[in-house]
Design a protein around this ligand. Structure first.
Ligand SMILES: Cc1cc2nc3c(=O)[nH]c(=O)nc-3n(C[C@H](O)[C@H](O)[C@H](O)COP(=O)(O)OP(=O)(O)OC[C@H]3O[C@@H](n4cnc5c(N)ncnc54)[C@H](O)[C@@H]3O)c2cc1C
Length: 472
């Protein structure tokens, strides 16, 4: 079996002895998909790819890595957009993909217990089979894993109703850098017994521990869900419509996705479909409301949209009456999955107070147009969460030789504008590798010092995902 010269003596054999040969890959046996993630960074082959089958396998792996001083890069479904799961040549990649057991859904407690390598979609299906729903949903659901969702504190489409991934977790099992298994698998909602340690690991992007199992909260499933696509004249109308729908459907507005005209037109071009409105408008909102009776829901939605039209708030609206119509509307918004295929994307995942987003998005486009006339930038956002996604095609910034320089300049420009408004450089995707140079724009020196102290306490040898989020 070929091994890299950097591998410590006996290390690979010790891993094989501990995990079995099927769980240890080196050299050409490491599949290409484990050598990069969705963020588009150039591929790197790790020292070895490890695929343990259970918590004890993860603990044995970390004990060995600790003993041999070998860094570890945790990998979930590799759909992260910040480069957090990007392997390093001097580190092993630790994939959770074999740890995908959906252990138990407990209807009485309204919880789902599962291994961290289960995909979000599998967890959603298990929740549905038990008569419940999970609080988090996002476009990468078929590939991303619960462990990755927790490690990035993922958001997505359901945040408005149920909060981010942090709000879904009741219990967690984590393996620390030295192989210690930290069992926090307690299903209680109330538990004020000192520091709530599990929250240190949520959003830590694999730098503090490996998440191996979780107990997630389940929410009662609604029997009916209706999607509507609404055309709007301006940003102010979007905020007014959000508040109108929230007050009409208290606690039942499940999604409110704002789509700027640039994104809308491009999405239709890529899918070669016609606008459901027959034309385009400055803004469109894709909203989902939930309830228990489809007829009542449709009637209420039609009434409130008719009122909004009378007030000039809404210019046009399309209501999905079947699941396939709803999916067709959602396909417009989920064209973001095509970014890496259709563009060389530079992604911004920004959050700001909701009232500031419209003007900020315009200011950004004006500043970009001044510097790079003809740039291609697309905007959409989870508006209810104050989260704007702006994506620029690096190829529209000039010739390939200058692409990297232009990308840095673009990020500096956008993040400087954002810092002036006190916004966050990452609403939901995390910092990983790509946003590390800008973290100081969203976190104070005192906050960064506390983060480093926590990292130092849990991983003094800096073996877990080193170089991600911040440098020590
Ligand atoms: C089409 C598409 C749509 C998306 N939409 C959204 C969205 O709406 N909202 C959103 O928040 N994100 C979105 N994302 C980003 C991505 O899906 C999320 O960040 C997701 O949570 C990553 O999960 P993953 O399993 O793929 O993690 P990976 O990409 O494999 O890893 C992400 C980070 O978590 C760490 N990690 C992974 N598993 C573990 C573990 N078990 N223990 C410790 N650390 C671990 C990795 O080291 C890395 O730092 C989208 C991505 C795509 C491609």
């Amino acid at each position: 079996m070929p091994t890299s010269p950097a591998v410590p003596d006996g290390f690979i054999q010790a891993l094989i002895d501990a995990l079995g040969p099927a769980s240890v890959c080196v050299g050409d046996a490491i599949e290409a998909r484990h050598q990069s993630d969705w963020s588009g960074a150039p591929a790197v082959r790790p020292l070895a790819l490890l695929r343990p089958a259970d918590t004890q396998g993860v603990a044995a792996t970390l004990r060995l890595c600790h003993a041999h001083r070998v860094p570890v890069v945790p990998q979930g479904g590799l759909t992260g957009l910040a480069g957090g799961a990007m392997p390093q040549a001097d580190a092993v990649a630790l994939s959770l993909e074999r740890m995908n057991s959906l252990e138990a859904a407990d209807p009485a407690a309204a919880t789902l217990t599962l291994q961290a390598g289960a995909t979000l979609q599998a967890a959603q299906e298990a929740a549905a089979a038990a008569g419940f729903q999970l609080g988090v949903d996002l476009g990468a659901r078929g590939s991303c894993q619960i462990g990755g969702n927790l490690a990035t504190n993922a958001g997505g489409n359901g945040v408005l109703q149920f909060g981010m991934m942090r709000e879904q977790v009741l219990g967690l099992e984590v393996v620390l850098a030295d192989g210690t298994v930290l069992d926090m698998m307690r299903p209680m909602i109330k538990n004020n017994t000192g520091y709530d340690l599990k929250h240190w690991f949520v959003g830590s992007e694999g730098t503090l521990g490996i998440i191996t199992r979780a107990i997630l909260r389940l929410h009662p499933a609604k029997r009916a869900r209706m999607s509507t696509l609404v055309a709007l004249p301006d940003y102010a109308a979007a905020i007014r419509l959000l508040r109108l729908l929230q007050s009409t459907f208290p606690g039942a507005l499940a999604a409110f996705e704002l789509i700027w005209e640039d994104f809308f037109t491009t999405s239709l071009q890529w899918s070669q479909t016609a606008s459901p409105f027959g034309q385009t408008y400055p803004f469109a909102v894709l909203a989902d409301v939930t309830g228990n009776d489809e007829g009542t829901l449709a009637e209420s939605l039609q009434t409130v949209l008719a009122q909004a039209m009378d007030q000039g708030l809404v210019l046009d609206a399309v209501l999905a009456h079947t699941q396939s119509q709803a999916s067709a509307l959602w396909r417009i918004r989920e064209a973001s999955a095509e970014f890496p295929v259709q563009m060389d994307p530079i992604n911004f995942d920004i959050s700001l107070p909701i009232e500031a987003i419209g003007e900020f998005a315009e200011t950004c486009i004006e500043a970009l147009s001044q510097r790079w006339p003809g740039h291609k930038s697309l905007r959409f956002g989870h508006l209810g969460d104050g989260n704007l996604h702006l994506t620029t095609d690096a190829r529209s910034l000039g010739d390939a030789a200058e692409a990297e320089q232009a990308s840095h300049e673009l990020q500096a420009l956008v993040y400087e504008l954002l810092a002036r408004q006190g916004g966050s450089i990452s609403a939901e995707h995390g910092i990983g590798l790509h946003k590390k140079p800008y973290l100081h724009l969203s976190r104070s020196p005192a906050e960064l010092a506390v983060m480093r102290a926590i990292k130092q306490a849990l991983d003094p040898m800096n073996l877990l995902n080193p170089g991600k989020v911040f440098d020590l």
